[in-house]
Design a protein around this ligand. Structure first.
Ligand code: ADP
Ligand code: MG
Length: 268
């Protein structure tokens, strides 16, 4: 199945057109003919998940969207204009992307500092977010391991990204390094926060259950060369908590995505 370029009258917030990537002057193409399109849904946002095997180009796609890398060929458009690092895009990486030489409070407030918001106001806003992600009482601590746990450091990174109020939030396997209990907590926390911010989230994982729990739409990358080959719409309620995992439809979707991943693996 081709990824539908579901063109409606909505404008597109993210559009990758016929992307190709070569690192050796065009002898080998790591990515070829890759299309990706996410519509803008103002005051609703959306949660797109990219699934793919290791090395399939997931992180590269996020770097294009963030304007951190230009593809060898093709176009990357954010709200209709060429992607660059000045767009309102935030990224959370797998390894703790908080700044260890700053306190939790300063980490979370950082995005507002760049925008010239007064210290008083940015600290007040940062404290709201710190409360929201369950870190109240830790705000004066340095954002470093082992002062804070891995899960707490990822909360700092998520709070900072959210407070920067990005139109697009990119998350590259952000819970990959966490133990299972913390990971499940973080998944629930993220869906909660997302409902308050309505950002467009593009979330990368190779965990199928995580993809179905979090995503509205799941896009699967095949590799060698990479392009999107499957799109699965997740028809679960938008507001979810861990109980949804007992819903038979959740299990059915997990199996559908597993089957799709196997079909993709057979193509490689
Ligand atoms: N600078 C580079 N030079 C050569 N190959 C690269 C470079 N950057 C990434 N790649 C290759 O591009 C492919 C996709 O990488 P990546 O986007 O990191 O995959 P994923 O995040 O899905 O694991 C990999 O095969 C990787 O080896
Ligand atoms: Mg990666």
């Amino acid at each position: 199945m081709e990824v539908p370029m579901h063109d409606t009258d909505r404008k597109n917030i993210i559009e990758l057109r016929d992307i190709g990537q070569s690192y050796d002057g065009g002898q080998n193409w790591i990515i070829k003919g890759l299309d990706f399109l996410i519509e803008d849904k103002p005051a609703q946002g959306q949660f797109a998940v990219i699934l793919g095997m290791s090395g399939s180009g997931k992180s590269t796609v996020l770097r294009y969207i963030a304007g951190l890398q230009q593809p060898t060929e093709g176009q990357v458009l954010i709200s209709g204009t060429k992607a660059d690092a000045k767009n309102r895009v935030s990224m959370v990486f797998q390894q703790y992307s908080s700044l260890p030489w700053m306190t939790v409070l300063d980490n979370v407030a950082l995005g507002l500092k760049f925008k010239g918001v007064s210290r008083e106001e940015r600290n007040a806003k940062a404290m709201e977010l710190i409360d929201l992600v369950g870190l109240k009482g830790h705000e004066k601590k340095y954002a470093q391991y082992p002062t804070l746990s891995g899960g707490q450091l990822q909360r700092v990174a998520i709070a900072r990204s959210m407070l920067a109020n990005p139109e697009i939030l990119l998350m590259d396997e952000p819970f990959g390094a966490l133990d299972i209990r913390t990971r499940l907590q973080m998944q629930e926390l993220l869906t909660d926060i997302w409902h308050q911010f309505h950002s467009t989230v593009v979330f990368v994982t190779h965990d199928i259950r995580e993809a179905v729990f979090l995503g509205d739409d799941i896009y699967i990358l095949k590799s060698q060369p990479s392009r999107f080959v499957e799109h699965i719409h997740v028809d679960l309620p938008l507001q979810r908590d861990n109980n949804i995992k007992r819903d038979p439809r959740y299990e059915e979707l997990v199996r559908e995505v597993e089957d799709a991943m196997l079909r993709v693996a057979d193509m490689e």
